[in-house]
Design a protein around this ligand. Sequence first.
Ligand SMILES: Nc1nc2c(ncn2[C@@H]2O[C@H](COP(=O)(O)OP(=O)(O)OP(=O)(O)O)[C@@H](O)[C@H]2O)c(=O)[nH]1
Ligand SMILES: [Mg+2]
Length: 311
Amino acid sequence: MTSSPISPTQYSRRATEVIGPDSVTVVIPVLNEHEGIGIVLDDLRKEGFENILVVDGYSTDGTQSIAERKGATVISQQGTGKAGAIRTAIDVVRTPYLVVMDGDGTYRAVDIHRLLTYAPSHDEIIGARTNGRQHIPRFNRIGNRLISTLFKLLFDQPISDVLSGMYLIKTEKLREVEITSTSFDVEVEIASSIAASGSISQVPIGYFPRVGKQKLRPSHGGRILGTLFWMANYYNPVLFYGIILSFAAIPAAVILLWTVYEAVFFGVWHGTYALFAIMLFLFATQAAAVTMISLLVKRSENRIMRRLRSK
Ligand SMILES: Nc1nc2c(ncn2[C@@H]2O[C@H](COP(=O)(O)OP(=O)(O)OP(=O)(O)O)[C@@H](O)[C@H]2O)c(=O)[nH]1
Ligand SMILES: [Mg+2]
């Protein structure tokens, strides 16, 4: 067992209400997972999960028929990518909660019980892959660390594994999320939206070696990063532009002070550096203006939300 990168205090508070497997639909997006899907479905049944929805992305290796033979409900997705599969599932799920998990044997059904323990107190509970991180390919691990750190920073949420493929979410809440992504950026899109309008938390889970061929490629990383910045700009502009402001204003001030110091004490004038610093300052001023406007809008939004809630 590897040590956990998040402290237990960051984990969600346990709820008193007990949610059973009947209240959950397990949604499994699959694309050519004939080696893993049978194992995943057997494991789910063993743990008492009967509502299983396999959303197929037009597999050509017999995944659909294996899943049907194992008694799962199998539908073909609309739209493209893993995101299309989740969008398709939203219209079909009838239980108050849904859990998304991969069909590749990397997650264990027993961990869904852990997610359920905390379900009533949050809109989304992410299964943070703290045990078995070595089974995540090295490149994905680095990318995951980077994106989760940025998510933490931009949304001010203690989430260490925003790209985990196992998460539990309130069905009604997921219906409110406008899913525009078409690929593996769907997890970031959902988590950002929930972080902005509801409550999100995580619990530690295990992660195991993948069966079958990986679909996530390094090129997806850029798209996920783009979606994260777009979401932060959309849902948390105050912090987003505040960070841009500090990144521009601090170096601008340092460079400008240095050019003044050099000019005053040594009579050397670094014109190019001074010009660069002034341009950075102008950029920072624009970020500051957007931060102020975002702050005002956010404040009005909070006031309106408070009024609506008190009615
Ligand atoms: N329906 C559908 N499922 C997909 C599509 N692309 C991937 N999947 C499934 O989504 C799940 C996650 O894909 P993986 O390749 O495991 O990607 P990952 O979990 O992010 O990466 P790993 O760390 O290798 O597990 C798997 O069950 C895939 O079969 C798609 O276009 N449509
Ligand atoms: Mg996977």
